[in-house]
Design a protein around this ligand. Structure first.
Ligand code: SF4
Length: 466
C-alpha cells in the first residue's frame, strides 16, 4: 500500500529491522528484488521454456550514482534469491553476490534463470526510456526468455526501506488503487495540529492514540509492544557490537571506527569536562552508524543513514533516567508519528530532499519521543519535533564515495545531541512557539525541491568532491 495519510503508517513501518548500510539503497532494493521474485513466480507458467530465461536489473538515478558504495548490487542479489533483510543474517546476505557470480543461476520455482551480477546489473543514468525518472531511486527488473520480455516491474525505493511499484504502462508513480483502502482508525490525524488536538480533546497521551489506531488496523497492543521490544533489543545489540569493535570500515575510504575508543575514554573518566562530561549520545550514535556502515544488523530510524540517533537517545535516557521498557516503547510510538508525518508531507529520502529528510527527521522523531518519555504534553512534543526539524532545514546529502560513512556517522552524533537539546528546550517551555511543525514540514519539502540534484545523494557535490 502507498500510505497517503500519516495515521496509516505505524511504528513497525517506520522502525524496520534490516541491514546496513542504507535503507533506500540497500534495504529497499533488496525488498524490491524480493517483491519482483514473488511477482515473477506468479507470472511464470508451465509453457515458458526453462532453458533460456535471464534476469536483468537496471539501477537508475541515485541508485546508480552511489549504489556501489551502498552495496545495492549485493542487496539486489540477496533479494533475488529470496532473502529478506529482517530474517536473513548479514553474512548470508553478503554471500549472495559472490555465490551468483560463481554460479549465475536464480531458481524460480521449477524454473532456472541466468543472472550474472557483473553483466546483468546495469548501472543506468537519470532517464527511463528517454523520459524522466519517476523517483531518484528507480529500479527496473526484467525476466527475459531469449530477448522477449516474460515479465517486468519498475519499483521505487522511496526511503526508509519503503518501496512503491510503478504503473508500467505510464512509467509514473502508481496512484493509490482501490486495494489501497485506508483503514478506519478511531483517532484520525494527518497533521501535527490534528494529533495535538486529538490528544487534548480525548485526554489521552500520544502513544495511546497510536495503540488504539494500530488495534483498529489489526495489531493488538501486546503484539505491538512485543515487536517494539524486539526493536529495542536490536538497538542495544547494535550499540554493544559497535562499542566492542574497532578497525577500518569497508568500502575503500579507510575510515577508522571511533566509538570503541571514545567509549573507553569516557568510561575511564577522561572525557574533557567542558564537553559536559557525557559523551554517551555521541558515542552510542557512532557505534550504531559504524555497524551500519559495516553492513551489520540495524533498524531504520527512519532510515539506515540516520539509524544511530534514536538508539543513542533512548539508551542515554534509559541510563540517566532509569526508564522502563514500556516507557521506551511509548517513546518509539510517539517518534513514529513524527516520522509518518514527514514521510507523508515531505520525504525521508536523502535522494529526494537531502539529509534534512534523514538525520533531520530522525532528530525530530527522537526529540518528540524523548519529550514524551520525560512527561511532556502533546504541545511540547510537537514543539520538540519542530525544533529538531527546523535546525536541519537545508542540510544536504553528500556522502564521500557514496559510502554511508562521511559525513553520516558524525552527523548522527550531532543529531543525537541536538535532539536532547530540543527536548530540554521544549520541556522548559509551555509548548507555545512561532513556527508549527506542519509549517516546518512544508518548508522542508520545498527546500528539498529547490535543492540542486548534486546535493541529493548523488556523490557529485559538496563533501563528496573531496
Ligand atoms: S549524508 Fe545524510 S542523507 Fe546522505 S547518506 Fe549520509 S545520513 Fe543519509
Amino acid at each position: 500500500m502507498n500510505p497517503t495519510r500519516a495515521d496509516q503508517i505505524g511504528p513497525l513501518d517506520m522502525f524496520k529491522i534490516g541491514i546496513g548500510p542504507s535503507s533506500s539503497h540497500t534495504v529497499g532494493p533488496m525488498i524490491a528484488a524480493l517483491e519482483f521474485r514473488k511477482y515473477a513466480l506468479t507470472k511464470l507458467s508451465e509453457s515458458v521454456p526453462t532453458n533460456d530465461l535471464r534476469l536483468k536489473v537496471e539501477l537508475f538515478g541515485s541508485l546508480s550514482a552511489t549504489g556501489r558504495g551502498h552495496a545495492t548490487d549485493g542487496a539486489v542479489c540477496a533479494g533475488l534469491i529470496g532473502l529478506h533483510p529482517k530474517s536473513a543474517e548479514p553474512e548470508e546476505i553478503w554471500a549472495a553476490m559472490p555465490a551468483l557470480q560463481a554460479q549465475p543461476i536464480v531458481q524460480l520455482g521449477q524454473h532456472r534463470a541466468r543472472f550474472l551480477p557483473a553483466e546483468d546489473i546495469l548501472w543506468q543514468g537519470w532517464f527511463l526510456d528517454d523520459g524522466p525518472l519517476p523517483h531518484p531511486n528507480t529500479i527496473r527488473f526484467r525476466l527475459l526468455n531469449a530477448d522477449k520480455i516474460v515479465t517486468e516491474e519498475i519499483i521505487l525505493s522511496v526511503g526508509g526501506g519503503f518501496v512503491e511499484p510503478v504503473d508500467i504502462s505510464t512509467g509514473m508513480r502508481r496512484l493509490p488503487q482501490a486495494s489501497d483502502v485506508q483503514k478506519c482508525v478511531p483517532y484520525p490525524f494527518n497533521s501535527a495540529a490534528e494529533f495535538v488536538e486529538q490528544c487534548k480533546r480525548n485526554g489521552i497521551p500520544l502513544w495511546q492514540l497510536v495503540i488504539e489506531n494500530e488495534a483498529a488496523k489489526g495489531m493488538d497492543e501486546a503484539t505491538l509492544r512485543k515487536n517494539l521490544s524486539d526493536i529495542l533489543r536490536t538497538f542495544d545489540k547494535c550499540i554493544e557490537a559497535g562499542l566492542r569493535t574497532d578497525g577500518i570500515l569497508p568500502g575503500g575510504l579507510n575510515v577508522k571506527r571511533r566509538a570503541k575508543a571514545l567509549y573507553e575514554l569516557m568510561k575511564a573518566g577522561k572525557a574533557p569536562g567542558w564537553s559536559g562530561s557525557d559523551l554517551r549520545p555521541s558515542v552510542f550514535a557512532m557505534a550504531v552508524n559504524e555497524e551500519n556502515a559495516a553492513g551489520g544488523r540495524v533498524v531504520t530510524a527512519p532510515t539506515n543513514g540516520s539509524s544511530g540517533l534514536i538508539p543513542a537517545v533512548w539508551r542515554t535516557l534509559q541510563e540517566t533516567n532509569n526508564l522502563s521498557d514500556e516507557v521506551l516503547q511509548n517513546g518509539l510510538m510517539v517518534a513514529s508519528v513524527i516520522g509518518a508525518l514527514v514521510k507523508t508531507h515531505a520525504s525521508i529520502s536523502g535522494a529526494e530532499v537531502g539529509c534534512q529528510g534523514e538525520v533531520g527527521t530522525s532528530c525530530a522523531m527522537a526529540a518528540a519521543g524523548a519529550t514524551a518519555m520525560l512527561g511532556g504534553t502533546p504541545s511540547q512534543i510537537e514543539n520538540a519535533a519542530e525544533i529538531g526539524i527546523e535546525h536541519h532545514l537545508g542540510m544536504t546529502c553528500d556522502p564521500i564515495m557514496g559510502l554511508v560513512q562521511v559525513p553520516c556517522i558524525e552527523r548522527n552524533a550531532m543529531g543525537a545531541v541536538k535532539a536532547l537539546n530540543a527536548t530540554m528546550l521544549s520541556l522548559a517551555s509551555d509548548g507555545e512557539h512561532l513556527v508549527s511543525l506542519d509549517r516546518a514540514l512544508e518548508v522542508m519539502k520545498q527546500t528539498g525541491l529547490d535543492m540542486n540534484q548534486k546535493y541529493k545523494e548523488t556523490a557529485t557535490g559538496g563533501l563528496a568532491l573531496g
